[in-house]
Design a protein around this ligand. Sequence first.
Ligand code: HEM
Length: 159
Amino acid sequence: MQAAHWAQVLQDSGFAAAIRGGAFVYPFVNILHVLAVGLIVGSIVALDFRVLGFARIVSVEGASRLLTPFAVAGLLIAIPSGFALFAADAVSLSQNKLMWIKLALIALGIANALLFRKLWNPHLGAWERHATTLAKSQALLSILIWLSVPSLGRLIAYL
Ligand code: HEM
């Protein structure tokens, strides 16, 4: 009831009307969202595979330094653009279970990434000696999460 009320307020807002209005705004925000998704998935999954032991010619620290800023930039674009897409059609989307599963997975994915950083950042320089089973499990979980999130995002339009 509460969620339905806030979804209605959001959908009726001037912000949501601006996203829906005109021929180009919603498609532009959608394109921005998809490009941000590419940045996130491409960078995080590549780093996860390196953590799992692929492409040892590149150091984990080097891969992390290159890829982490792209992942962060992708998230900083995907979250507001996703919010704008949500606002445009908030009432129906707030009743879509896949939407909530997707948001929960995003929160889990971010929490997993932050925990990984907290636990393993000091060891990235000498990674091959410190790559524990826990760290590799986190990388595997991360791959599963960040492949599921865009799949759910796409499925929302159909289910
Ligand atoms: C809090 C953050 C986010 C919110 C609120 C959000 C919300 C949305 C909404 C409302 C849609 C349109 C659904 C529809 O009506 O069809 C969408 C589409 C999509 N989202 Fe997100 N999103 C967020 C973050 C992400 C992230 C992090 C990813 C992937 C890593 C992602 C992947 C996608 C994909 C692939 C689509 C389908 C785009 C298309 O094919 O048109 N979203 N998102």
